[in-house]
Ligand binder design. Structure first.
Ligand code: UT7
Length: 330
């Protein structure tokens, strides 16, 4: 038994925030942001309308339509997010409720930028083990409410953004779709990119100190993350190629986690891939953490860049540190 992706979908908030919009409250420039990150604009949620769960629902509905199946065929939900709507329960059960699927299991994954691939790997394992036939994997995030939107936060507020993407995996006994997945983590770097509070191991979980010290906002050692990312991306992609006996020439489309265009281009050069084989949309959406890969997969499919039989390579690196890759026969 193998798993195959039968539908992908995405949803991004309507609210577009351009680099020029950011310049109204942050000492930065359109030139700096584009040159250092590739980003021109991103979406930030509308608190009146968007939640992590309802964005995920919209992405899922599109994926279901494209897959040509009804929601009630889904047997398991795997929800990757580090920005759940509640401290607990996780967003998986909220999505399950919105889809009208009370009773089926909902699993939450908190592996940041690698979260979607961790989720894909989990779904693939359940299907291969014969436990479930149809599994929904979602990545959805609202990062903008945890950003320091002043100049002090300019290494994160220009990058991170909101959105949701979904993929539906189904069992097949014919050709495998998901060929291989590779997951890694190194907790020695946990505090290089993190949101510290409200943490549970504090004497008081919510205090004035937390607000005064800004410890509830995203902290990132951008340089450190960048340097590790470029090494781990290449390493984990080569691991996937070696596991399947494939080479970089066999890749039809590479979708890197959309962290920074310079990271994607660095990895592209290392793999010697032409522009036509790499899909980036960070210019329009910024870095949406666990949502970035499924949003990009959905857009690549819409644009006719993912066709039956194509070999898709996805890879990610981020907070944890965690990093991961997958090779998928589309
Ligand atoms: O999603 C997975 C995890 N995240 C990532 O993979 C992101 C990895 N890191 C990065 O993308 C980059 O490190 C950043 C985009 C965050 C920063 O780019 P950088 O080229 O590493 O810049 P830097 O932090 O070394 O800063 C260079 C200069 C500094 O000024 P000085 O000290 O040279 O005078 C910063 O203060 O750029 C300044 N700077 C900015 N200037 C204008 C930093 N952020 C900004 C900004 N606008 N937004």
């Amino acid at each position: 038994m193998y798993s195959k992706i039968i539908g992908v979908g995405h949803y991004v908030p309507e609210n577009v925030v351009t680099n020029h919009d950011l310049m109204k409250f942050v000492d930065t420039s359109d030139e700096w942001i584009q040159e250092r990150t590739g980003i021109k604009e991103r979406r930030w949620f509308n608190p009146e309308k968007d939640t992590v769960a309802n964005m995920a629902t919209r992405a899922t509905q599109l994926a279901l339509t494209r897959a040509g199946i009804a929601a009630n065929q889904i047997e398991l939900i795997v929800f990757a997010t580090i920005t759940p709507d509640y401290f607990f329960p996780g967003s998986g059960v909220l999505l399950q409720r919105e889809l009208g699927l009370a009773g089926i299991p909902a699993l939450d994954i908190r592996n940041a930028c690698s979260g979607f691939i961790y989720g894909l790997s989990t779904a693939d394992a359940y299907i291969r083990a014969g436990i479930h036939k149809t599994v929904l994997v979602v990545g959805a995030e609202i990062q903008s409410s945890a950003l320091d939107k002043t100049t002090a936060g300019r290494s994160t507020n220009v990058i991170f953004a909101d959105g949701a993407g979904a993929a539906i995996l189904q069992a097949t006994d014919k050709e495998p779709g998901v060929l291989t997945t590779h997951l890694h983590a190194d907790g020695n770097y946990a505090e290089e990119l993190y949101v510290k509070d409200p943490g549970s191991s504090r004497k008081i979980r919510l205090s004035k100190d937390i607000v005064e010290n800004d410890s509830f906002k995203v902290y990132m050692n951008g340089n450190g993350v960048f340097k590790h990312a470029v090494v781990r991306f290449e390493e984990v992609i080569n691991e996937a190629l070696a596991a399947t006996g494939k080479s970089t020439e066999d890749i039809d489309l590479f979708i890197p986690h959309q962290a920074n265009l310079r990271i994607s281009q660095f990895v592209q050069r290392k793999l010697n891939l032409p522009d036509s084989k790499v899909f980036n949309n960070i210019m329009h959406y910024g870095n949406t953490t666990a949502a970035s890969i499924p949003i990009a997969m959905s857009e690549a499919w819409e644009q006719g860049k993912l066709n039956p039989g194509d070999l898709l390579c996805i890879a990610a690196f981020g907070s944890g540190y965690t990093w991961a890759s997958a090779l998928i026969n589309w």
